[in-house]
Each structure stands twice: as structure tokens, then as C-alpha cells.
Design a protein around this ligand. Structure first.
Ligand code: GUN
Length: 298
């Protein structure tokens, strides 16, 4: 029997409705959560993501604004803008879209954002809080979204063998930190595989929960998956496809057609992890506003 699909679009809709409810509660206290997205340069994919973030924040009742800067912007000018946003009480969340032009060091930029406004969860203070298990920081949106997908699909992570393929700071490493915490959505035994791992398949075949965030199209095939495993595909790759009008198609890091025959549950691409990232960004922004105004988190 083919795997059940984990419907990220539907779960993201539920979270967005929860966020809209929290936004209404804040409005009753005279607070409008404000999310400012900064886009430097004219990368097409980044512009699309940023547009989606602004639209989603407005749809949730937030004050969403996007500041677009030219690709030639200096690091000093970007840092000065971040300082202004840090000092602006109407801005609860700041997100600087990555990647940045090469004259700007992303780590310096991330460290400049106040941790309490870092709704991306990239600041070292927030990464450290996540690792320790403190819940008053912000968690990177994609791995936080994966945990929501697992929990809301009834997947029990406790004692499970969780194998992550990919060690990025944005997904792989925070994913491991979340899965190992001693709480709901955690308590797993975690392995991280990466480009230097010997015999990746020997690890992926042990996984009860397999999370793939390697950025390599369809690298995980059905024969690398344990029968009955839960498979979460974080990949978003555009590969050539002459049958499509655009000449490309979108696919994940998992070879869906073979994996769906082996797994018990699987996320599709698109419509799996993707919609969760923005939903979690909205949730982080609401939390930033709640914390800034000393209002209880729902
Ligand atoms: N570029 C691609 N994904 C992300 C993200 O989640 N946050 C930021 N800031 N930039 C990105």
C-alpha cells in the first residue's frame, strides 16, 4: 500500500488560523505584530519568497513591510538599517533574506539583529537556547515546521531512530537539536548524515523517521528507506524536464515514486514542508510581539 501523504498545505493552514486568532487577541490589547523583511539585490527566487512572506503576514492581520535595497548596498548601510529596526518598537520581527551579495557577511548581519526580534532563529543566542532546551528563544522556521508536521500527523518521535541527511545551520543542525529534546516531538535517537558520511544508505535504512535536507535532487531512493518509515523531504530542486512548458520541474531530495511504495507516511514536494516555513515565521512573529508586550503566549 502506498504511503499516506502528509499534507503540509492543510497543516500550515491550521497554524495560520491559530496565528490569526493570536493576532486578534493582540489587537484587543492594541498591539499589531510587525514583521519587516529586508531583501538586498534582485535574486528572482528570493524576491518570490519575500513576496510570499509579506503577503502571508498581511493575510494574518500583521503589519508586514518589505525593504528592498540595491545589490550594491554596503554592509555598513545594511547594519545601520538593522539598528534602526532594532530600535523601532513597532517592528517585532526582522528577517534579512539570504543569500546576501558577496560584499556582505551573513554572520555579521545575523549577529546584529536583536535576538528577541530574530524571527528566523538564526542568531547564536537563539541557536544556543534551542540546544539547551530553553523555549523562550526562536527556532529556525523549517525544522520547527517539520516537528509540527510530525506531531500533527500523529508520528511518535519518542525512542524513534531519526536520521537527518544534511548538516546545514538552517535545517540539519537545528532539526537534530529539536528531535533530541526531552519533550513532545523529541526524545528521538538522532543521527546526522552529510557529504562525508560513509555509506549513507546504511544509516537511512535504520531510520524510523528520515528527514532529508541535503539539496540534492532525488538522492534518496526507495531502496534506501526502511519499510514503514516516515519520510520528510525538505528538498526543493528545479531539474530539467522537456515535457514541462518551463523546461524544468520541481522535485525534492527524495525520489518520490519509489519512496512512496516503501514509507508509511511521506511529504510531497511541493505541498509538504514548503508551506510550513512561512506558517512558522508568522508564529514566531506573533510570539515576538507577545513577548515584547508581556502578553501570555497562547
Ligand atoms: N533564504 C532561504 N530560506 C530562508 C529563510 O528561511 N530565511 C532567510 N532569512 N533567508 C532564507
Amino acid at each position: 500500500m502506498p504511503a499516506e501523504l502528509i499534507d503540509g498545505k492543510a497543516i500550515a493552514e491550521t497554524i495560520r488560523a491559530e496565528v490569526a486568532r493570536d493576532v486578534a487577541i493582540l489587537a484587543a490589547h492594541g498591539v499589531v505584530p510587525g514583521l519587516t523583511v529586508v531583501l538586498v539585490g534582485d535574486d528572482g527566487a528570493s524576491a518570490t519568497y519575500v513576496g510570499a512572506k509579506e503577503k502571508a503576514s498581511k493575510a494574518a492581520g500583521m503589519a508586514g513591510q518589505t525593504i528592498r535595497l540595491p545589490a550594491t548596498t554596503s554592509q555598513a548601510d545594511l547594519l545601520a538599517l538593522i539598528e534602526q529596526l532594532n530600535a523601532d518598537a513597532s517592528v517585532h520581527g526582522i528577517l534579512v533574506q539570504m543569500p546576501l551579495p558577496k560584499q556582505i557577511d551573513p554572520d555579521t548581519v545575523i549577529r546584529h539583529i536583536l535576538p528577541e526580534k530574530d524571527v528566523d532563529g538564526f542568531h547564536p543566542v537563539n541557536v544556543g537556547k534551542l540546544l539547551i532546551g530553553h523555549t523562550d528563544g526562536f527556532v529556525s522556521c523549517t525544522p520547527a515546521g517539520v516537528i509540527e508536521l510530525l506531531v500533527r500527523s500523529g508520528v511518535d518521535t519518542r525512542g524513534a531512530e531519526a536520521v537527518i541527511v544534511g548538516r546545514s545551520n538552517i535545517v540539519g543542525k537545528p532539526m537534530a537539536a529539536l528531535l533530541v529534546q526531552g519533550r513532545a516531538g523529541g526524545d528521538a535517537t538522532v543521527t546526522i548524515c552529510h557529504s562525508r558520511t560513509r555509506d549513507i544508505a546504511s544509516h537511512t535504512r535504520r531510520a524510523d523517521i528520515l528527514i532529508v535536507a541535503a539539496g540534492r535532487a532525488e538522492m534518496i531512493t526507495g531502496d534506501m528507506i526502511k519499510p514503514g518509515a516516515v519520510v520528510i523531504d525538505v528538498g526543493m530542486n528545479h531539474v530539467p524536464d522537456a515535457t514541462k512548458a518551463k523546461g524544468t520541474r520541481l522535485c525534492g531530495d527524495v525520489h518520490f515514486a519509489s519512496a512512496v511504495e516503501v514509507a508509511s507516511k511521506i511529504t510531497p514536494v511541493p505541498g509538504g514542508v514548503g508551506p510550513m516555513t512561512i506558517a512558522m515565521l508568522l508564529r514566531n512573529t506573533v510570539r515576538a510581539a507577545q513577548r515584547a508586550h508581556g502578553l501570555a503566549e497562547a
